[in-house]
Write a protein that binds this ligand. Structure first.
Ligand code: NAD
Length: 509
């Protein structure tokens, strides 16, 4: 990894001039070079996007839907081509890359098909006191939405903002992660192929660079909202930059997602979910399984199943894909090593792998499962973002819920229970729960996606995800005059008496 491409978050100073390399995590080879866009470039992209927003916003829901459907078709036809860029830049296996493109296509379809129903003008009741008014609410686009993306799901994650923001009538300026700039260009290329007007109206523009380019996007005059996905630490910097112009923000940050295994759970399914949720994409999944709380009475059998399933996994090499690839960001191995070492030093038992599973620098980490890790270990308290799963026994599900809720994060969670899944889910302090399945909520476009606490706020996906990129506009239109005029200096004491009489009769009893 070149110094420029690795050092993403350290500074908010003006972007350095020049370019940076996108590297293959598998081979270390340079895939391509991209410009580091400076403030002037970013501001001019936002200006052009603001002009395009007049056209795009004015098209209306049906015309936008037609164009977004054409984009969907191009993405379907070129699924493998897009997935190849994802696999090359992240190092993940092709099938994982295909899966995220498939899910993004499904979200694009849902957003464009439902925008009119969710955001279109509708009448609401004016209430008794204002019965002479017609009341309507409509959700208008914000103009230009700035999307700042991460590298771990470089299509699926930003498309949760891009597709919904476009369907709502906004134009988008996208700053992909410096580790996956090529994916950003693929998203732009496919859209341009489907929507010929893009040449004249830049409704989707990619700006590339490191952290400072993202900060310029936050500060660019004319930005209506920033949709950020990344770490909570960077999220704080994004919020500080947006605060300068009172730009609203959507924060999709990290997690430390728990999986709870109840005494009556299907243990085969729970173990399969723990291993897939924890190890797929080399554990670099914001809603992946990082901690498991298993009820004591079934812990032995569950751990044995996890050991069998995790031991079978093949780690990819430069020549072969395997079940999980190398770490996309080489410096992440250092964090994973610290978590594994701390968990073992504090008394955790290695069930699969151990400190030796983590290579000295970069490369692929073999799956690690550690049981009985003290709750104050960093492997339990901090996001690991690597193929490490901690499995701790608990006396009952109440204790599992208490521990699950004991971190500052609150993104997703998984529950395996034959009878009590929904009751357990209700008690979890997080944004999304899968019961007897893993990460299922992310594939259901009508379900809002997002977290609480250190995991962020605001929602992508679903009706909430569409409204996130709009402003509600309320209109009250007088249909006929009434004698009871209270908002005028001509009102009389009798009018006010009548008004208070009505309120007492209606609300005072
Ligand atoms: P990151 O925070 O390092 O970077 C995210 C993006 O922010 C990058 O594009 C980066 O260039 C940009 N950036 C950096 N500094 C900036 C600044 N000062 N101003 C504006 N932009 C700046 O995150 P990452 O390493 O790319 O992604 C991994 C993190 O993302 C993990 O914590 C993961 O859990 C989280 N994540 C969350 C979700 C979710 O939906 N909640 C989804 C995927 C990833």
């Amino acid at each position: 990894m070149s110094a420029t491409a690795a050092d993403s978050t350290a500074t908010t100073a003006a972007p350095p001039a020049g370019d940076f390399a996108s590297l293959s995590p598998r081979t270390g080879e340079e895939l391509a070079r991209y410009p580091v866009h400076d403030g002037e470039h970013v501001r001019s992209a936002v200006r052009a996007a603001a002009e395009a927003a007049q056209w795009w916003g004015g098209l209306g829901f049906d015309e936008r839907r037609r164009r977004l459907a054409a984009w969907k078709k191009v993405l379907v036809a070129q699924l493998d081509r897009v997935a190849r860029v994802v696999a090359d830049e992240t190092g993940k296996p092709m099938d994982d890359a295909r899966l995220e493109v498939v899910l993004a296509i499904d979200h694009l379809d849902w957003a464009s098909a439902n925008a009119k129903k969710v955001l279109g003008k509708r009448s609401v009741s004016p209430g008794l006191l204002m019965a002479n008014q017609a009341a309507t609410v409509a959700y208008r686009p914000l103009g230009v939405v700035g999307v700042i993306g991460p590298w771990n799901y470089p299509v699926f994650t930003p498309m949760g903002s891009i597709a919904y923001a476009l369907a709502a009538g906004n134009t988008v300026v996208f700053k992909p992660s410096e580790l996956t700039p090529g994916v950003g260009h693929e998203i732009a290329r496919t859209l341009a192929e489907a929507v010929p007007e893009v040449g004249r109206y830049p409704l989707f523009t990619v700006v590339t660079g490191l952290g400072p380019t993202g900060a310029e996007l936050c500060r660019a005059p004319g930005i209506g909202k920033i949709a950020f996905t990344g770490s909570a630490a960077t999220g704080r910097r994004v919020m500080a930059a947006c605060a300068e112009n009172l730009v609203p923000v959507l924060m999709e940050c990290g997690g430390k997602d728990p999986l709870i295994v109840d005494a009556d759970a299907d243990l085969d399914a729970a173990a399969d979910a723990a291993v897939w949720g924890g190890m797929s994409n080399a554990g670099q999944t914001c809603v992946g399984v990082e901690r498991v709380y298993v009820v004591e009475s079934v812990a032995g059998r569950f751990l044995e199943k996890v050991r069998t399933a995790a031991s079978r996994l093949q780690v990819g090499t430069a020549a072969q894909e395997g079940d999980l690839g190398p770490m996309t960001m080489p410096s992440q191995t250092e964090i994973v090593r610290r978590h594994v070492t701390d968990a073992l030093e504090k008394g955790g038992r290695a069930i699969v792998g151990g400190a030796d599973s983590v290579p000295a620098q970069g490369g692929a980490i073999s799956p690690v499962v550690i049981a009985d890790v003290p709750e104050d270990s960093v492997a339990v308290t901090e996001e690991t973002f690597g193929p490490l799963v901690v499995v701790n026994r608990v006396p009952d599900v109440d204790e599992a819920v208490r521990r699950a809720n004991a971190t500052g994060y609150g993104l997703g969670a998984t529950v395996f229970s034959a009878r009590r899944g929904e009751r357990i889910a209700e008690q979890l302090r997080c944004g999304m729960v899968s019961i007897n399945g893993v990460i299922s909520f992310a594939g259901i476009p009508s379900l809002p996606f997002g977290g609480v606490g250190e995991s962020g706020f605001g929602r992508i996906h679903g009706a909430d995800g569409l409204r996130e990129f709009t402003r509600a506009q309320s209109v009250a239109r007088q249909r006929f005059p009434i004698p009871l005029v209270v908002t005028s200096f001509r009102r009389t004491a009798r009018t006010m008496q009548a008004l208070t009489g009505i309120v007492k009769a209606r609300h005072g009893r």
